[in-house]
Design a protein. Sequence first.
Length: 288
Amino acid sequence: MGRVAVVTDSNSGITQSEASELGITVLPMPFFMNGETYYEDINLTQEQFYEMLEGGAEISTSMPAVGDVTDQWDRLLEEYDGIVHIPMSSGLSSSCETAYMLAQSYDGKVQVVNNQRISITQKRSVLDALELAAHGRSAVEIKDILEREKMESSIYIMVDTLKYLKKGGRITPAAAALGTLLRLKPVLQIQGEKLDAFAKARTVKQAKTIMTDAMTDDCKNRFHDPSGSSLHIDIAYTHDREAALQFEKEVKEVFPDHECVVNPLSLSVSCHIGPGALAIACSHRIKI
């Protein structure tokens, strides 16, 4: 069986140093900030990003340049027989569709996975792909397995401020003003390709309860596994790691048998929701 390389983008939350340790390739996502181009985890750190975001910088995101993608593929195919490329969800970016079109020129050697994930659940897909490749699965087989499992994940996110949802046009200025006045903490969800509203909370404590209750319900009714033993359960955050570590303790009280991993949300998500967000996510464990 030929050797398979795994490629993703920085929307997965995987840093360049972590990618080096894992033996994968992470394409850095471009950010345009006050007219300048930055690349996540290359010349843009998490701290720099939040400093500029909170300073009112005009921020927009883009996808990796076509040449950067194909150059990486060409380099890897000098050493590997096939590539599994795992971009962020096609419902949130055109990078997946672009990669799919580019892959048509590679005679099946590049398999682009459209498994509708982003950030921590996208990272889980990358780790699954690595394990499948280590067990001798081909690039085509890995793509098929990941796409078969694509909806077997869930993310709930508490937003601390409505400022960035308003700025991105996801809520109206009137709704943002009312929500700020009432000190609402919206809870959003990602189940598949869209970031959607899920519930409204009046306090952080209430929002965390809403998220853990929703995850408990998913385990029981969606995944038919009340203990969550067949799932990875992870914690994510924007900018405030201490709050995330406290949330982790609370989640472990609900799911005591899980070793939760705590990671920052990718900057592509963070720019739409701002600092102070907390999230809980689950992904179905893939059978090798």
